[in-house]
Ligand binder design. Structure first.
Ligand SMILES: [Zn+2]
Length: 116
């Protein structure tokens, strides 16, 4: 018997049918949420942790995550590659939206009470 393999999947976060490439791999299958929904969920969780425990506690938590990652060379290499990819994407985004970026930097500096 031949299994029918769909190349699409319904995201249980946004209820949109998307291509499988829009879902992270999860063992032999795919994640329940699409990549943008996972990203939004992670951001909400991070914001909640910062609200409840403060930015210093969040930085300490991140240091612990990083230290644990360094203990496993495969995980560490993957995290390093992901960080590099994120930074390169951010750089391109910044270059493609220079004016908006500089405006946002001024807003954040103003909000932090820094000289503009
Ligand atoms: Zn989704």
């Amino acid at each position: 018997m031949t299994a029918i393999v769909s190349s699409e999947k319904l995201c249980s976060g946004c209820d949109v049918v998307k291509n499988l490439t829009e879902f992270h791999k999860n063992g032999a299958g795919r994640a329940r949420l699409c990549k943008p929904c996972v990203s939004a969920l992670n951001k909400r969780r991070r914001d909640k942790r910062i609200t409840e425990h403060g930015i210093d506690a969040e930085r300490e938590r991140q240091r612990t995550v990083n230290a644990r990652s360094r203990e496993n060379p495969e995980v560490y290499a993957r995290h390093q590659a992901a960080t590099l990819a994120n930074n390169l994407a951010l750089r391109r985004l910044r270059e493609n939206h220079r004016e908006e970026y500089e405006h946002m930097v001024r807003e954040e500096r103003y909000a932090a009470g820094l000289p503009i």
